[in-house]
Every structure is written in structure tokens, then in C-alpha cells.
Write a protein that binds this ligand. Structure first.
Ligand code: SF4
Ligand code: SF4
Length: 73
């Protein structure tokens, strides 16, 4: 079995929400509890189990802040 891992470099995120909009499974959301060094609420993974590994979020992010990869369990 393999599991999809979504990693977001929060320090690079500008909170544009494109990744959130493109995700068909509502895996991502903004972390409203923190502001990063750039002054934005960064995107974060809120529902990793639902991810289907389509990599749409990684392709969409203009800041190159998202990596999607599979990990063997
Ligand atoms: S890989 Fe696809 S399903 Fe997973 S978080 Fe990104 S857009 Fe959503
Ligand atoms: S697309 Fe990139 S910059 Fe925009 S909210 Fe998502 S992680 Fe942040």
C-alpha cells in the first residue's frame, strides 16, 4: 500500500487559496490561527486521508510551495 503525502512549505505561501480551490477533495485549508513571515495565513493540510494524489494543488501553486508524493507503507 502507498499513502499520498502533501507537504506545504508554509513560509512560502501567500494565501492565494488557488490550491484550496483546485482540490477536488477539500484536503486543504488556510491556517487561520497563524500568520507566516510574509504576513499571510498559509495553506495547510486539513484532511490528508481524502487526498487522491492528483497533484493539482502542486501544479497550481504559483509559489512552488506544495509537494505531493507517495510513501510506501
Ligand atoms: S493532490 Fe489533489 S486531492 Fe490531494 S491535496 Fe492536492 S489537489 Fe487535493
Ligand atoms: S496555491 Fe500556494 S501560495 Fe496559494 S494558498 Fe496554496 S500553497 Fe499558498
Amino acid at each position: 500500500m502507498s499513502k499520498v503525502i502533501v507537504k506545504i512549505k508554509g513560509e512560502r505561501c501567500k494565501g492565494c487559496e488557488l490550491c484550496i480551490t483546485v482540490c477536488p477533495k477539500n484536503v486543504l485549508g488556510l491556517d487561520e490561527t497563524e500568520v507566516n513571515a510574509l504576513g499571510y495565513h498559509a495553506a495547510t493540510v486539513i484532511n490528508e486521508e481524502a487526498c487522491i494524489g492528483c497533484i493539482g494543488c502542486g501544479l497550481m501553486c504559483p509559489e512552488g510551495a506544495i509537494s505531493v508524493y507517495k510513501e510506501e507503507e
